[in-house]
Design a protein around this ligand. Structure first.
Ligand code: SF4
Length: 158
């Protein structure tokens, strides 16, 4: 494989995708809106690597998890991975399992080192994780809650 050619092919594909997104945006109306996903944006902008440097604690684990037939996991990127498992599939079956799941959720926040485990993941929650990290470091001082200019187009992926 010729790496120079592969790079050129990749850039051509990115250009094509960008052109098609731009065309789709021209069709937007009040009842038809076009959203660019964060992963598409970082691919087009070429800054995806910045999204691979995570804080040690992934704060998003506390805000959402993924329930699957194999159990409850901390993140879509680690679905099915044993060290990312929080509880069994009955995680929210009744009050007793809920209490147990809550305890285990607290413990995964300490034991799961996102800076290491997610070093090869282009994490879509990278910016919010660092924002929460800074709020914790600053103990809330000066941390304003404002919509990000970067995502002002209402990206609702969660
Ligand atoms: S990929 Fe991102 S959201 Fe998922 S566990 Fe790692 S840091 Fe958290």
């Amino acid at each position: 494989m010729d790496p120079t050619r592969a790079r050129g092919d990749f850039e051509a594909v990115v250009r094509r995708v960008q052109n098609e997104v731009n065309r789709a945006k021209e069709l937007a109306t009040d009842s038809f809106q076009v959203y660019e996903s964060i992963n598409l944006k970082v691919l087009i902008q070429g800054n995806w690597k910045e999204y691979t440097r995570q804080p040690r604690t992934c704060h998003m684990q506390a805000l959402r998890q993924v329930l699957t037939p194999f159990g409850l996991f901390n993140c879509p990127a680690h679905r099915g991975v044993e060290k990312a498992k929080i509880a069994d599939k009955d995680a929210f079956a009744d009050e007793a399992t809920l209490i147990n799941t809550t305890d285990r959720l607290a413990s995964i926040l300490d034991r799961f080192d996102a800076s290491r485990e997610c070093a090869h993941v282009t994490c879509l929650y990278n910016t919010v994780n660092w924002w929460i990290e800074r709020m914790i470091e600053d103990q809330g001082e000066g941390a304003e809650v404002e919509p990000s200019a970067e995502y002002d187009d209402d990206d609702t992926f969660l």
